[in-house]
Design a protein around this ligand. Structure first.
Ligand SMILES: CC(C)(COP(=O)(O)OP(=O)(O)OC[C@H]1O[C@@H](n2cnc3c(N)ncnc32)[C@H](O)[C@@H]1OP(=O)(O)O)[C@@H](O)C(=O)NCCC(=O)NCCS
Length: 167
């Protein structure tokens, strides 16, 4: 496995992985077409990549190998107060989305993706990162807590978490 920066042609991959995040319970709570028709979901995908978007993709095989399947990704996107994401905190605080393909979870890929993305965010001067995690998604929550995220708010059945990178 190796990690690479996300690129504009990863838009379809991120849509697939966002669907995995919506369906984290393993049940098909949302379908692909419904997700692409959902204005809320589109906030994390539309126009990828915008100038402030940042992402990391985990790919099977050694760096430089071609046509290897992507195993997961973590990405950042800012939303605005008038069209906020689920984990919106401020216009200049991007929100994290991430997922690892179902058969590859629990082997450290999520941790590697998150660490690499946070490194890139710090390097690019991002002051903080937020996210939304649904009640019961304990694997994701454990990962976020281990990386220093703390709960700052609540929307519906989800907590909003924040990690301050720079003061
Ligand atoms: C959340 C997710 C991205 C984590 O990726 P991953 O590759 O499974 O993550 P890791 O293997 O690095 O493990 C993450 C944590 O889960 C723990 N874990 C591993 N296997 C587990 C299991 N079967 N049950 C519960 N926790 C488990 C690990 O110990 C680790 O905790 P730690 O960081 O405190 O040690 C991945 O599980 C996933 O794609 N889930 C579905 C989509 C989703 O929920 N996205 C996030 C929405 S907020």
């Amino acid at each position: 496995m190796h990690l690479r920066d996300a690129v504009p042609s990863d838009a379809d991959l991120l849509a697939e992985l966002l669907l995995e995040a919506y369906n984290w319970t393993g049940q098909q709570r949302m379908g692909h077409a419904a997700m692409l028709a959902d204005p809320h979901a589109r906030r994390y995908l539309d126009g990828w990549m915008r100038p402030r978007d940042l992402g990391v993709v985990a790919v099977d095989g050694a760096a430089g190998s071609v046509d290897q399947p992507a195993l997961g990704a973590a990405w950042l996107r800012t939303t605005t107060r008038d069209r906020p994401g689920y984990g919106y905190v401020a216009d200049d605080v991007p929100e994290l989305s991430m997922a690892v393909r179902a058969g590859r979870r629990g082997a450290g890929l999520g941790g590697a993706l998150l660490a690499a993305l946070l490194d890139r965010a710090r390097a690019s001067g991002t002051r903080a990162v937020s996210l939304s995690v649904e009640d019961g998604n304990d694997r994701a929550r454990a990962l976020y807590e281990r990386h220093g995220f703390g709960v700052v708010g609540r929307t519906g059945g989800s907590d909003t978490m924040l990690l301050v990178l720079a003061r």
